[in-house]
Design a protein. Structure first.
Length: 97
């Protein structure tokens, strides 16, 4: 049976809050879609499960370690494009989504 073994250095226990994750990912072109989900239009990448439990603060910066990157289906992409916020200021206002 094929297996993949992945290891990584210990990144500590400090976790960012969701707004810190959102702001950090915005610097890389990711738009907030819904809680824990972000989309990068330029690369057509949907990043999901980007919750504090899957992100650590390393040298004060949020670093995802267990988020899921995928290329969305056409149907998912259409839904995403209706949901994303157009401006960086809107990233901070996603509570309740």
């Amino acid at each position: 049976m094929p297996r993949i073994c992945i290891s990584q250095p210990y990144a500590g226990d400090a976790t960012p809050n969701q707004n810190q994750i959102t702001e950090s990912l915005a610097h890389y072109g990711y738009h907030f879609v819904s809680s824990g989900a972000y989309y990068n239009r330029n690369h057509d990448i949907l990043l999901t499960d980007a919750f504090p439990r899957n992100v650590r603060l390393v040298d004060g910066k949020p670093i995802p370690f267990d988020a899921i990157a995928s290329i969305p289906t056409a149907e998912a992409k259409a839904w995403i494009l209706k949901k994303i916020k157009p401006t960086p200021a809107a990233y901070r206002l996603h509570q309740g989504d």
